[in-house]
Every structure is written in structure tokens, then in C-alpha cells.
Design a protein around this ligand. Sequence first.
Ligand code: AHM
Ligand code: MG
Length: 327
Amino acid sequence: MSVTLQAFLRDYAGTDPRKLAVADAVSRIAEAGIAIADLVAQGPLADHFAKVRGDEANAGGDTQKELDVIAEEAIIAKLKSGPVAFLGSEESETPIPLNADGSLVVAVDPLDGSSNIDTNVSVGTIYSVLPYDAASFPDPTAALMQKGSAQLAAGFLIYGPSTVLVSTLGAGTQVFALDRASGDFILAKAAVEIAAATKEYGVNQSNMRHWEEPMRRYIEDCLAGKDGPRAKDFNMRWVGSMVADAFRIFTRGGVYIYSGDKRKGYENGRLRLIYEANPVAFITEQAQGAATDGTTRILDITPQKLHQRIPLVFGSREEVAKIASYY
Ligand code: AHM
Ligand code: MG
């Protein structure tokens, strides 16, 4: 018998007030995801979605596409009446107030991989759910800056050939796929397990000349294949939408790398700690993988800024450890 996301969330929450709030938030984000998936699916019929909005950059300093903003609006609309007090978003400089009585804060990248919007390649939505109460935090930004290890739930939606939700509620990682006929997310994998070892890496190799020395040496050793120090041939895959690269790694193992490099603004890589690295690290660890900034566990890092960037390495745990050994 198929298990819907709603049934799974009910089972998880029972009568625990905090878990009921988390379940409600995740369910609302999933609903927003269905709306975003429909927009993404319009593809070339809505090519204005990929247009850069004005010449404005978003809070992280990247250009903002029309669909980035529409996706954020869809999430706000669904979360407005729910258990979430504030939303931190890649597309907004400061936290967005939602429901003053809420017991949670949520951080999102509304549309990850937005440079791929007009290329018919998978993009997605990443989310992180954290506990909140007004008495414990001086302001909403501080609440969003809790360590990744404080996350109550995290996941991402991926809008690809199928619309999929990869979720953790802190007890393993599950995959749900959208059944378009019923409009329900259906449990497809109850316990994702990332292979411990791999021969596949994902990195934007065109940046090699800018990399720090340990990362360059690591990739050179992979490229040397059977005859090199690693004594095996490697394969390379890079979609350029982290959600798609992550889903591949959850499916068949691998390691994703976006390290810091010498380019201006890339000292700490490209990805954001609070709404990209932390949620991906949480679902990766819950699937027996590992996630670091090269050496330090992502979930142990204390955020310094809402839109802070962080070097990111995640995936098959033996390969993540191998990369750390190069530093
Ligand atoms: P975005 O949130 O603005 O889309 O940026 C994040 C994306 C990741 O999805 C992807 O892995 C990476 O940036 C690609 O960066 P680059 O084009 O610099 O290789
Ligand atoms: Mg994004």
C-alpha cells in the first residue's frame, strides 16, 4: 500500500506539539513545491521566468531571476497562516515575518539552480526548519543563525522529470515522489543510504586554476585514475543545480564539491550555509553520508551572517574523509 506524505507526517508527529508544528510546516512547503513545479514545467512557454530582474542582485549578491521571486512568493503564501514565525530566504535581505505566534523559523533557497531555469534542467527548493521562541532569541536573524545541528527537519524539492521531495525529520532520510494523478507525494524510499565509497565526483572543474592547493591536488589525483595514487578511474558529473547533483549522489553515491577559491567573492565558495549547506548536510548525514567545509563538519559551524557562504563537500563518507586528508 502506498504511503502519502500526509500519512507519513501524521505518523511522525503523533500528538507532540513541536512535531505537529514541524509536520505542518513541511506539508505547506511541499504544497508550495507543487505550485512551483507547475510553473517550472511551463518551460519555454514562460521564458520570461528566466529573465534577470532589473539589475538588482539578491541578498547573497547574485542576480535575481523572475522565477526566484515568484517561488519565494509561493512559499510565503503557503506559510503565512502556519506555525512559522519568520522566513529567512536567499531572495530577501532580512527575515520575513509570518505568524507572530509561530514556534518555528524556516530558511529557504526558493529556487536552487536558477541559472538552469531556461535550459530544461532540474531546479529545486531547499528548506531548513529550526525551533523558535521569542524569549530565547534577541531577533529573528539570531534565530535563523542556529547551528545546523539544531535543525528539526530539512529537505529539498526537485523539479525534474519527476517532482521529488527528499526529507528528513531527524530519523533517516526519505524520498517522496509526486503522483500527478492524485496530487499526493508518495513515499518512494523509506531509508536512503548513500554508498560509503565512490568513484564519482561533481565539481565545476573550469575553476581549477583558482582553487586552493589541497583541492587541486585531490582532483589531479582523481584525474590520474588507475595509474595515479588513488589507483582507480573516476567519473565526473556536474549539473550545476545542487539539488540535482545531490539527488544523484543520494541515488548512486558520489561527492559534491564547491570549495573556496581565489576569485573575488568566492573565498568561501558559492553556497550559502543556512539555507543550502545546512539542510543538505542534515539529509546527507541522515542517509549515512558526510558533509564538511573541507575539514569541519557543516552541522557544527556557528553561522556569522544570515547569507554567509561556506565551502561545501558532501556525499559518500569515505570520499569526504579522503578530501579532508588533503587539507
Ligand atoms: P543559486 O542558488 O543562485 O542557484 O546558486 C547555487 C548553485 C548551485 O545549485 C550549483 O551547484 C552552483 O550554484 C553552481 O555554481 P557555478 O555556476 O558557479 O558552478
Ligand atoms: Mg538559489
